[in-house]
Design a protein around this ligand. Structure first.
Ligand SMILES: Cc1ncc(COP(=O)(O)O)c(C=O)c1O
Length: 448
């Protein structure tokens, strides 16, 4: 067994990590094991995984039932060219997803991950209009600062300047609606007295160019990568009704919000209107194996039927991979059988109780909470709302100290967030918040 230093040295020589600079900022470890809400390094030290490993590990690491589902399926059927053959687990999974999503959804298209689920939805929307003879609908509408993945199509609708400005020449940016970021309101008003005036611009845009727009794509109710920005339900309801009035399709990117993260199965369960397409991934397999799904209504699917020339010319080698589908199915069974969403209510309450506590800290400008998502935005002062410089400076200081205490947290700019696995106990979550509170208090000087 190689020692830690030699593995880390070899890693530095041979491996290119996502979103990671060279030299690395923040703690860097050799993780050898995961169990429940914890990751373990090679010395055996445990770290509470406060972000569910990139927001996806629902049931905790290496859940025995999920491990077993992977082993059993891998021994039975490991891969299938999914056009046009099928396998039972894909069919069962599609049926279960449709039952959870409810009407009017009727078809599931499988892909590999969040970005490919989004790409498929975008391409379906464009081809839908072409197949119906309306080729003039060539634009997408999306929210400023939205995030939908890192592939070129996904960044054309979810542009994050810091990540994506290198690729400007390769994308055609979408039309944009103002970001409903109430703490830093783009029109300098207060919700709800604002009467959603941040939507005035998009209303005018839809009036003038609605007939050119194929689809709206949004992260419903929470913009994850923008800093866990939770926004009002009536903003989204109004935006959807403006779009539908102009015949614009609506795509919900529920890659992050799906499978209980907002307290209900899907963010769309908080709304009365329904989108035409839904992109799913992350929690779909409880973070064990890659899998994406794009779910469509019958109206959308109908436009692809009837002629060879109308088919959706899109697929991936690993579309509906049997092992990924089997573990997704087992994860959904666990959610149902163990009534996980009801069980989570105690954690949701605990997270809600932390809001006033953290709001009282002078370097915390805003605390956001929705279901199993919680975030605190660090500022230099409450009055100025000024962002610390560098934005993630204090965040990394705090996360380094938390790391020493056995908590793995990763800042997003000046935002610190807790998105715990659903197997977390109240005591574990309470401890995580206590440590975070303590460290934010200690780091005060770095913010100013
Ligand atoms: C809302 C949303 N959509 C899409 C993606 C992209 O998913 P993936 O990283 O699996 O490609 C992410 C990833 O964080 C996301 O948060």
């Amino acid at each position: 067994m190689a020692d830690t230093d030699s593995v880390l040295a070899a890693d530095s020589r041979f491996v290119w990590h996502p979103y990671t600079s060279d030299p690395v900022v923040g703690p860097r470890a050799l993780i050898t094991r995961g169990r429940g809400a914890y990751l373990y390094d090679d010395s055996g030290k445990a770290y509470f995984d406060s972000s569910s490993s990139w927001w996806c590990v629902l049931h905790g690491h290496c859940h025995p039932r999920l491990v077993k589902a992977i082993q059993t399926q891998a021994a039975k059927l490991d891969h299938l060219l999914f056009a046009p053959h099928t396998h039972e687990v894909a069919v069962e999974l599609a049926e279960m997803l449709l039952a959870l999503l409810g009407a009017p959804f009727s078809k599931v298209f499988f892909s590999d991950d969040g970005s490919t689920a989004v790409e498929a939805a975008l391409k379906m929307a464009l081809q839908y209009w072409n197949n119906r003879g309306e080729s003039g609908r060539r634009y997408f509408l999306s929210l400023e600062e939205g995030y939908h993945g890192d592939t070129l199509g996904a960044i054309s609708v979810g542009y994050v300047r810091e990540f994506h400005h290198f690729f400007d020449m390769a994308i055609r940016p979408s039309l944009k609606a103002m970001q409903p970021y109430c703490y830093r309101c783009p029109v300098d008003k207060k919700y709800p007295q604002c009467a959603l005036s941040c939507l005035n611009g998009v209303e005018a845009l839809l009036e003038a160019r609605g007939h050119e727009i194929a689809a709206l794509i949004v992260e419903p109710l929470v913009m994850g990568a923008a800093g866990m920005v939770v926004y009002p339900t009536d903003y989204l309801e109004k935006l959807i009704s403006l779009c539908k009035a102009k015949g614009v399709l609506v795509i919900f990117d529920e890659v992050f919000t799906g499978f209980g993260r907002t307290g209900k199965y899907f963010a769309l369960d908080h709304l009365t209107d329904r989108p035409d397409l839904v992109a799913l991934s992350k929690g779909l397999t409880s973070g064990t194996l890659p899998l994406g799904a794009t779910v469509a209504t019958d109206t959308v699917y109908e436009a692809f039927k009837g002629a060879e020339s109308k088919k959706f010319y899109h697929g991936h080698t690993f579309s509906a991979n049997p092992v990924s589908c089997a573990v997704a199915l087992e994860s959904l069974r666990l959610l149902e059988e163990e009534k996980v969403l009801s069980r989570n209510e105690a954690l949701v309450r605990l997270m809600s109780e932390q809001v006033p506590r953290f709001e009282s800290l002078d370097v915390v400008g805003d605390v956001r909470h929705f279901g199993m998502i919680w975030a605190a935005e660090l500022v230099r002062s409450k009055a100025s709302k000024a962002i610390p410089q560098p934005a993630n400076g204090p965040g990394w200081k705090i996360c380094e100290r938390l790391w020493e205490k056995g908590i793995w947290m990763r800042p997003m700019h000046n935002v610190l967030y807790v998105v715990p696995p659903y197997c977390t106990t109240e005591a574990e979550l309470g401890e995580c918040f206590d440590s975070l509170y303590e460290e934010i208090r200690n780091v005060r000087d770095f913010c100013i």
